[in-house]
Design a binder for this molecule. Structure first.
Ligand SMILES: [Zn+2]
Length: 416
């Protein structure tokens, strides 16, 4: 993957190139960015940049390789005359990096057992990892675990999170004791170090004093889940949420989404390209119907319908459940705005506007401002729990009861 394939984040690309060109790279970097900001894509592009033969001025049989960290690299002369801000994409090293088969770029990622008692390491899933990265370079941990779970028909995979175990840490240490094969250095690309837990301790020493010309790139979403001792050893590269323009332009270019619709999706996705793709898959009409049905069976206290509704939503999968909750939160926010200003902000097409005003108006009839805020808090909490593998059926059952209690004071007017 080249930098130009990574969405937006131009200041970060520039920062990374400068760190390398000015010989200021630390031995261990932390790419920190929320889901959908492109941490993994950026790490792949940077690794490819570092091994690219053109960037290193190493055409076949060229100069002796230099050291990455301790002295000016051999590419300095070449770089001065022709500063390369991206890998070439066509040299043998780039081709291997692109196909995720470069022998000096190692990938570590959370995995699950195929059967009880297994102690799997990343290499056991190398083939699946390549397919996944090719198909979903902005895929999240949930997507990845589901993908390998479905491939190997692992039961109960929807509730598995994956981890990076002690065997894996030993494997990392073993790999780093080998000499690099083709490039000047060995790159260890570790995705979701949040799932290292206490095993991370095994890596501390090697991250602090790595073998020469070794580079660790850790790609994380949440630094509060990292061991403080690990965190303190890493050079931080922070990826902000993507801009609306970058997301909209990418949806238009890569997915052929008309600009107007791409802009609407970009607005809802809040800088998260993964989210934008999810939104693209589900059109709002489906959510609206699902929401109407839910509210109706809540306010009518129609128990059999509630049970059926909970059964149905439990089966749609975690990502869609999260989408649905987000959709509901947005509708409530519309309702609150409508109450305050009498109109919706960011008017989209007249048709969408009319539907939303209508729906938001109905919501305003069944609950007041404070009830709506209480519902938003419940939905936020549910979203948080779904991300942490809560049992969907129990969660939506409890949520249905809570919403009933919140709404029941003012439930005479039904949703139609
Ligand atoms: Zn190249």
């Amino acid at each position: 993957m080249q930098f130009k394939e990574v969405i937006g984040q131009n200041p970060i690309k520039k920062q990374l190139v400068n760190l390398f060109q000015q010989n200021r790279l630390s031995h261990a970097l932390l790419f920190l960015g929320k889901e959908g900001t492109g941490g993994m894509a950026m790490a792949r592009a940077f690794a490819q940049y570092l091994v690219c033969e053109k960037v290193n001025g190493r055409e076949p049989s060229a100069q002796q390789p230099g050291s990455l960290f301790d002295e000016l690299p051999d590419n300095s002369a070449t770089a001065a005359s022709l500063p390369l801000t991206d890998s070439c994409g066509i040299c043998p090293a780039c081709m291997k990096a692109k196909a995720l088969v470069h022998p000096d770029i190692h990938f570590i990622y959370p995995v699950i057992s195929k059967k009880p008692g297994d102690k799997p390491v990343s290499n056991d899933y190398a083939k699946e990892w390549r397919i996944f990265q090719e198909k979903q370079p902005y895929g999240n941990l949930y997507d990845w675990i589901q993908f390998i779970g479905e491939t190997y028909k692992v039961s109960g995979v929807e509730n598995k999170q994956g981890n990076i175990n002690a065997q894996e840490c030993n494997e990392i240490i073993r790999k780093l004791s080998l000499k690099s094969f083709e490039s000047i250095y060995k790159i260890m690309l570790l995705w979701m170090p949040e799932l290292l837990s206490k095993e991370g301790n095994r890596l501390l020493k090697i991250i602090e004093e790595p073998p020469p010309d070794t580079l660790f790139i850790l790609v994380a979403e949440n630094d509060t889940l990292l061991l403080p001792t690990l965190l303190s050893r890493l050079q931080l590269v922070k990826l902000p949420p993507l801009t609306m323009q970058d997301i909209a332009a990418t949806l238009e270019l890569r997915n052929g989404v008309p600009l107007k619709k791409a802009e609407q999706i970009a607005l809802l996705s809040e800088g998260n390209y993964h989210e934008a793709l999810e939104l693209l898959l589900h059109n709002d009409d489906d959510w609206e119907l699902l929401l109407r049905n839910w509210l109706n069976c809540i306010v009518k206290t129609a128990l059999p319908t509630q049970v059926k509704w909970i059964e149905d939503i439990s089966k749609i999968g975690r990502e869609k459940q999260k989408q649905f909750l987000l959709y509901f939160i947005q509708v409530l926010e519309h309702a609150i705005r409508l109450r305050i200003s009498g109109a919706l902000e960011n008017p989209q097409s007249a048709e969408i506007q009319a539907t939303q005003v209508d729906f938001a108006g109905k919501l305003n009839k069944i609950c007041d401002h404070s009830q709506q805020e209480a519902i938003i808090r419940e939905l936020d909490q549910a979203y948080y729990q779904i991300e942490r593998n809560a049992n969907a059926k129990i969660l939506f059952h409890a949520l249905t009861i809570r919403l009933y209690h919140i709404i029941s004071n003012n439930s005479v007017i039904l949703m139609q």
